[in-house]
Design a protein around this ligand. Sequence first.
Ligand code: A2P
Length: 340
Amino acid sequence: MNKKYNIAVVGATGAVGQMMVRILIERKFPINNLYLLASKKSDGKIIKIEGDDYKIKSLDGFDFKKVDIAMFSAGGDISEKYASIATQSSAIVIDNTSFFRYVDNIPLIVPEVNGEKISEYKETGIIANPNCSTIQMLVAIKPIHDICRIKRINVCTYQAVSGSGNIAIEELHNQVNAYVKKEKLVNNVYPKQIAFNVIPQIDKFMDNGYTKEEMKMVWETKKILDNNIEVNPTTVRVPVFFGHSEAVHLELEKKITAKEVKNILGSERSGVVLVDEHKDGGYPCAANECEDSNEVFVGRVREDISTKYGINMWVVSNNIRKGAAYNSVQIAELLIRDYL
Ligand code: A2P
């Protein structure tokens, strides 16, 4: 008989947590018991996913002894407090927060890029899931880096509000409604209105003037793909519900043509979907390609006309799926395939 596993989702009422459950079901993950955990205030609450009812339990006091894999997405402070409780009960933790990402002996995994590093989880029992904007960029550039070394990346992101959770989705909805009704716009999640606006700040400011989201792209690219790659990021929040977009400018070691890049990315093995036609709409967009899709889409591939060895491209993916929940489920799939 095929083995089945006990899975806990921590933060199961949240945007990412609910998507984790959906994707586990979509992928027919072999589940024995599924424990959906959230804060005390949600204890006993029923949520509907794919037409079925699921009962939420309080994380506080939950016994992780009965769990094989615990997927955390309830914020860094919750991971800080509860991940070790889970691992002491011998559950393996897949953590979607940034809390463990930069710890040396904790693997930070994008299965298409460094899946083989999962084995390093054995030291701590924890695997970290990278930042959404880093995941989609690395999936898109890894096949190029394998052929022609990338020296430097200039990237500008256009990130959806769902990356800040359900409260941010609600804030954009409310502001759009208020705008249409000519009422006052209220902002609690973001420092300025997000409806009909573009905000050049994601996460807090660091001492060097970059935001933490920007530095995550720097640190995580080095840890996951190649420590020698320099990254120059600007991360921007836009009034889109789902799907991050990125203008990525690569500086390469030698000449590679746009045609060669398209051949690499267009091949079935590349792990990306190339949507690149020189006609109106011949490129991927968040509101079109990303809905309910786990893929990373690439378009607008072209040679940089301002420098010798440069390639530009446009990368789009659903931040809640590939940027978070799907990547975590892929990690869980590798775990049960090779280690459990
Ligand atoms: P709850 O709904 O009970 O507050 P999002 O990222 O969409 O904002 O979701 C955050 C998730 O983290 C929710 O599932 C939320 O549960 C959960 N969460 C927040 N605080 C706690 C806590 N103290 N213990 C457990 N889960 C928490």
